[in-house]
Write a protein that binds this ligand. Structure first.
Ligand code: SR1
Ligand code: MG
Length: 413
């Protein structure tokens, strides 16, 4: 029977699991246990033993951020576990190793990444991470490519889509909080006082809302690859030069542009919030824009590399191209164009929801000066809208970062 762990009960219960007890070392009652979960959904414990430390993550039967008035199935841990094993296979070395999984307890015991910290904290603090763009671009490309029909056989892909289709409530959260609530006065919404004129303009824009609904349709109905599903800067841990992706419980099969689009949005929100976090924000803002450029370049280069070297699935078979002496490069370019256009729109939508819907982010939330926060969020909201309605005019990462500089210099309130 499921029982939520506590700091007091964890050692006694987890100490009975051989694989974990051996790894930690020493008697379980000497282990140091801390609950460190600061996310919206789960319990997260750091457990330190005589030899080693581990993370114990346990799903709660409700949304932690809201409380037990919003029940959420425990089975999401099952899907997170399966997502971690697939990410480890498709993008080796990018996710924490799983040590033990208990489906009934909705509990994953995994490698404790140390001294890594959440990337969002680093971005707020103005700290650089060497190789961030390269790592993230490669991660997105490898998981997108190898989780799709470009790499998988038809039966394998269908079996995987069917497996993850059981994760019903989690995508529904994204469908509501990300794609729908920001665009009307939904009950759980909140936004910074002072933003009302910008919010009203956004909600009155029928072209914008029509495009967002089309992207919701794509998110829900297009199962082209396995997504992380929640790839924001709180789902990445880093040191100065080592990076891991965590927390894929929002996994689902969906469109290839979703993860990279969501990630770009989180870089851009870090960018727009910088003037509140440091006296001379320019140099660090430049670094964030360079990370965006490098992420996109690494994604494209890795995707093209995999296309040329690993295309073994059912899509764009070699017998239609290379075997007949034709280049498949135009087909690859067409696919990358679609991913780019989708990513820009998902990016704009994520920029909106983090300021308007239920779950905001610390980059803006920690700005105590409400008037300043509203000014910076307004730039973010306006650029998000532009990404959604003027997608076709943004042809390159350079155009995207130029646009960020333009919006960063404007006043909308
Ligand atoms: C109710 S869950 C709110 C948000 O937290 C997760 O990290 C996802 O981003 C979700 O939208
Ligand atoms: Mg999360």
């Amino acid at each position: 029977e499921y029982q939520a762990l506590t700091v007091e009960t964890l050692s006694g219960r987890v100490g009975q699991i051989d694989a974990v007890a051996k790894r930690l070392g020493g008697p379980p009652d000497t282990w140091q246990v801390r609950e460190v979960g600061d996310g919206n959904l789960n319990l997260v414990f750091i457990v330190e033993g005589a030899q080693d430390s581990v993370i114990v993550k346990q799903a709660l039967p409700y949304v932690r951020l809201v409380g037990d008035s919003w029940p959420l199935p425990l089975y999401r841990a099952f899907y997170e576990h399966h997502a971690l094993t697939r990410q480890a296979a498709r993008a080796p070395g990018t996710v924490p190793a799983v040590i033990f999984f208990d489906e009934t307890q909705a509990m994953i015991v995994m490698e404790y990444l140390r001294p890594h910290v959440i990337l969002r904290r680093k971005l707020i603090a103005g700290e650089k991470v060497a190789g961030l763009g390269q790592f993230c671009g490669q991660f997105c490309a490898r998981t997108a490519f190898r989780g799709s029909e470009l790499s998988m056989s038809s039966p394998d892909k269908k079996a995987d889509v069917a497996l993850f289709a059981g994760n019903v409530e989690i995508p529904a959260i994204t469908e509501a909080l990300v794609f729908t609530d920001p665009y009307f006065a939904a009950e759980m919404n909140n936004h910074t006082p002072g933003l009302d004129p910008v919010v009203a303009a956004l909600r009155a824009d029928v072209t914008l809302k029509t495009r967002v609904q089309a992207m919701l349709m794509k998110f829900a109905a297009n199962t082209e690859t396995m997504l992380h599903g929640d790839l924001h800067s709180g789902s990445i841990m880093a040191t100065e030069d080592e990076i891991r992706v965590i927390d894929p419980e929002f996994v689902q099969y969906g469109p290839m542009g979703f993860d990279i689009g969501m990630l770009m949005a989180n870089y851009l929100m870090a960018y727009f919030s910088q003037p509140a976090h440091r006296g001379d924000p320019g140099p660090y803002q430049r670094w964030i824009l360079d990370v965006i450029t490098e992420t996109c370049a690494a994604f494209t280069a890795e995707f093209r590399h995999l296309w040329a070297t690993e295309r073994t699935g059912m899509l764009y078979p070699r017998s239609l191209f290379e075997d007949q002496g034709h280049s498949a490069d135009p087909a690859c370019s067409a696919m990358l164009d679609t991913i780019w256009q989708d990513a820009l729109q998902f990016c704009g939508i994520e920029m909106h929801r983090r300021c308007l819907s239920l779950a905001h982010n610390a980059d803006f939330e920690e700005i105590a000066d409400v008037a300043l926060r509203a000014r910076l969020e307004a730039r973010n909201l306006k650029m998000g809208a532009h990404l959604i309605v003027a997608t076709a005019t943004i042809a390159s990462p350079q155009a995207l970062t130029d646009m960020a500089e333009k919006f960063n210099a404007e006043e909308f309130l």
